[in-house]
Write a protein that binds this ligand. Sequence first.
Ligand code: PHE
Length: 470
Amino acid sequence: MENNRESWGSKLGFIMAAAGSAVGLGNIWKFPFTAGNNGGGAFVLIYLIFVIFIGFSVMLTEFAVGRRKNLAAVGAYKSVDSRWTFAGVLGVLSGFLIMGFYPVVGGWALAYVFKVFGGLLTDPAAIGDVFGGFITNPVQPLIWMVAYLLLNVVIVVRGVSSGIEKAGKVLMPLLFGILILITIKGLTLPNAMAGVEFLFKPDFSKVTGAVVLAALGQAFFSLSLGMGCMITYGSYLNKQENLASNAAIVTAMDTAVALLAGLAMFPAMFSFGMEPAAGPGLVFVVVPSLFAEMGGLGVVFAALFFVALTVAALTSSVSLLEVVVAYLMDERKFTRVKSVITASTIMALMCVLASLSLGGVGPKLFGTGAFDVFDLLTDKIFLAIGGMLLCIFAGWRLDKEDLRKEITNEGDIAFGIFEFWYALVKYVIPVTIAIVAVSGIKSGFDSGVGAIMVIGVAIIAIFAAISKKL
Ligand code: PHE
């Protein structure tokens, strides 16, 4: 079986696919509004510290475990000890939950390509209301969500190297270029510097347990960590690749895009006099408003931006779908086609709930709608704890020398900070995540979401208890 495993066509293909997974709505849609909601500079600084010390190390661990075991997330855990199967299955659950709202936002991005041409920019004062009206509409966003999800299905059905790799290679650079363009435009507006200051000047009086947990969750979400995605991608990676440099490149690219997205949004927002805590509508309002000022050419750039955003989202969501699909294929012996259809149907139903919840329709959990519940459970709980479990697993359950061999390609390449990385993975990261999670859950009770977080922890405990049956 191991010899039949699909693998990446080339080194560039892997980096592009892994970076494609990392760079997505998390960077361009979520990062700016999360930074805005959490007070700006201090959040960004904490996020960067987490990315460097936790994100990079966890990504390297995921790559190493995936390639060493040559199996996707669940199989990799299970092959070592069936008591650990739950950690992999938790990742599959995260995949479902993230795909329970991600395609909703992907659908918005897709819809905006067309809305831009449909005259969205001609009435700049209405851009905010158009967005609000659109996402709370009970029908329209669902159509776009399904269209978006179908694009995922088509790519994932075609398998790893042919589908995902090609999409990533062509469209990632386009996104980067457009973001730079938007940033330049934004920085030339009056009062732009106030936005730069908001983003980079830390005000530590704003830091609470909730802010620190939000920064940790953002680091995991943005880097596609803590749910087995990079384990699965690593399992498709060939033995000659340098895992550490791949992890470093992907981490750096992802972080650069997030910071660039922040720089593209905040100067313009401050210039327009918008609230930094504008919420999920931020990119969908700021970017059209910015380009509305440019006249005819603005329409073209705005459309290009949303094309690129859709594609960035796609290269991420296909990796989420792939985790679930790999699980169904490897562990449940489904064919690829059957796996994709089963998974995407469930995801579509979850997305319907998520989308309707934005219009106030549908079931609520402790007063929170489906969209926010899916986001909260994954972003604040499952991914970080998934990362913590992976580190505990790698540090305490795997053989240190095996890890050394995997990361140094059996001694062929050097990895000078191996001992440092190992100490982080074995001790520092698990302890840090535990502390941040506990204090974040505590402050969650102030904002009424603590109970949902506790349910998340309970789900993990139940999974652990029935691990061998999963
Ligand atoms: N990293 C992706 C983004 O930023 C989202 C994602 C999370 C993808 C987890 C895969 C796994 O949009």
